[in-house]
Design a protein around this ligand. Structure first.
Ligand code: ATP
Length: 507
């Protein structure tokens, strides 16, 4: 089997102001798990979009099993045996699994037959899924299974996955890896985009590294250290974040007895949430996605008002204050979903800066927007946080995911919050940029701000938090100092075994 499954030769794609892929060539073999690595904006998404027929190359060619391959649209790629699982799922919450799968098919079978096929495939590949469950009730990991099973029903030869583990628990990651290894054993190939270098080393046979749109190397990840991989991506070495060891000061944020009903049919209610957060301190909140993370952020930011007497900022009850008033008082936040929630996709970075910094940066005065000041602020964020973009006039949607994330977090940090609440601050951000964001959060804490980091990345929380608490079905465990916390204890906290201590204490 000398001939590769897919060969890429000289692929080039330019956008205004940036060459997203520059003369990229490499091969993907049969039965190979091939990692695609690179910093934010290196061109990974653009490359896989060309393979999947979503974007047409300006130059270069592809061959699938030796035959010319130039899909004009995704359905052509699918017919040729290429399937893709996106980072953002395209599922309808109100419909059951089987109907969601049917919607993506050109000639769907009867629901009963399709349900059987879904069961068969999900059992065969170890991805348990009930075809009749409503998608809105599924966890992020289960939704991803729907997308994977939908792809597997097409019997693909090449499965493209864009950062699949960012929404999964450690256990779910293991299940996914077992599935991918089974596909490999059947001779199918996988192109795997990820920023998690340890995972790539555990799973992938080969890795291609892109930097600034060019292929810089193709290597064997098991023979290359995570540090070497990261350095190939950035082209230099970078420093891991260092805590500064400040002693916590007075309490800046206090939450007590905070209960809120679920915001919609598929949300999570908050149940008697309480914690204290001091100046100079980083409190990490972990937990599996969908356990109240978004709801906690909206209650703290003021997007949803909380019952009186539940949220205190520097001793003042802000529970009934709206977002603008909370911002004025020094409580700033950055939600998880960067496009649509944290940033308005069609607005420029300058305009997106105005959205949250209007008052604190004195961009709006006497009802007028000072555009020079607005642009200056956006430029400052771009420069300080190394946001790769042609300039502040660029629309938010034209930025790569990681670069927009750097902008969204940087925009809040530069407003010098008293309390900063962030959800998934480094989601989809490459290793070097993630280290820079974490360092910026630690620096902010060292300057006396109180920081609440909600994240599904346990390594991140262990690295930067002073104390850790877990959300489980809308309940928050007591916060514990991170020093001395074992993985087993963390697992128990995430699983909701909050009363362990009490039980032991009274035994
Ligand atoms: N539709 C578009 N219009 C203009 N520029 C674009 C468009 N899509 C991508 N780009 C630019 O092309 C470059 C490569 O982006 P791409 O999304 O492929 O990177 P990536 O490696 O997938 O990044 P990330 O890891 O952050 O998702 C970036 O500079 C990006 O801003």
């Amino acid at each position: 089997m000398d001939e590769p499954l897919l060969s890429l030769r000289g692929l080039t794609k330019a956008y205004p102001g940036v060459v997203a892929n520059d003369d990229v060539s490499f091969d993907i073999g049969h039965g190979e798990i091939h990692a695609l690595l690179g910093e934010n904006g290196a061109g990974k998404s653009t490359l896989v979009k060309m393979i999947y027929g979503l974007v047409q190359p300006d130059a270069g060619e592809m061959a699938l099993r030796g035959a010319p391959f130039a899909p004009a649209e995704p359905s052509a790629a699918r017919r040729a045996g290429v399937a893709m699982v996106f980072q953002h799922f395209s599922l309808f919450d109100a419909l059951p699994v089987a109907e969601n799968v049917a919607l993506g098919m050109e000639t769907p079978p009867k629901t009963r037959d399709l349900a059987r096929q879904i069961r068969d495939v999900s059992e065969e590949y170890g991805l348990p899924l009930d075809p009749y469950r409503t998608v809105g009730t599924l966890s992020a990991g289960e939704r991803q299974r729907v997308e994977i099973v939908r792809c597997l029903l097409q019997e693909p030869q090449l499965l493209i996955m864009d950062e699949p583990t960012s929404v999964l628990t450690p256990q779910e990651v293991e299940i996914l890896f077992a599935t991918l290894r089974k596909l490999k054993s059947e001779g199918r190939s996988i192109l795997y985009i990820s920023h998690k270098l340890d995972e790539i080393r555990a799973l992938c046979d080969t890795a291609t590294i892109l930097r600034l749109g060019k292929r810089v190397a193709t290597c064997t990840p098991t023979e290359t250290s995570a540090r070497e991989l990261a350095e190939m991506m950035v082209g230099s070495s970078f420093a891991a974040p260092e805590p500064r060891g400040t002693a916590p000061g007075e309490v800046a944020l206090e939450v007590a007895g905070l209960s809120l009903s679920a915001p919609g049919a598929f949300g999570t209610p908050l149940r008697d949430v309480g914690f204290e957060l001091s100046r100079g301190e980083v409190l990490g909140i972990g937990g599996v996605a969908g356990n109240g993370q978004d709801e906690l952020l909206s209650a703290l930011s003021g997007e949803r008002l909380a019952p009186r007497g539940t949220i205190f900022l520097m001793g003042q009850d802000v529970s009934r204050r709206r977002p603008v008033a909370r911002r004025d008082a020094g409580l700033l936040s950055a939600p998880e979903e960067r496009l649509g929630h944290a940033a308005a996709p069609d607005m420029s970075l300058t305009e997106n800066g105005v959205l949250t910094a209007a008052r604190r940066e004195r961009i709006v005065r006497r009802g007028f927007i000072d555009w020079a000041r607005a642009k200056g602020f956006a430029e400052k964020v771009i420069e300080r946080f190394d946001v790769r973009t042609p300039g502040p006039g660029t629309a938010a949607r034209a930025l790569s995911g990681g670069n927009l994330q750097k902008f969204v977090i940087g925009r809040e940090i530069l407003q010098r919050p008293e309390v900063l609440v962030v959800n998934q601050p480094t989601w989809g951000v490459d290793a070097a940029a993630a280290a820079a964001i974490r360092q910026a959060l630690l620096d902010l804490a060292a300057e006396g701000a109180a920081i609440l980091v909600i994240s599904q990345d346990l390594d991140e929380l262990m690295q930067i938090s002073d104390r850790f608490a877990a959300l489980n079905e809308g309940r928050l465990s007591p916060a514990r100092p991170v020093a001395g916390l074992t993985m087993e204890r963390i697992g128990l906290m995430m699983g909701g075994a909050h009363d362990m201590e009490v039980a032991h204490g009274t035994a």
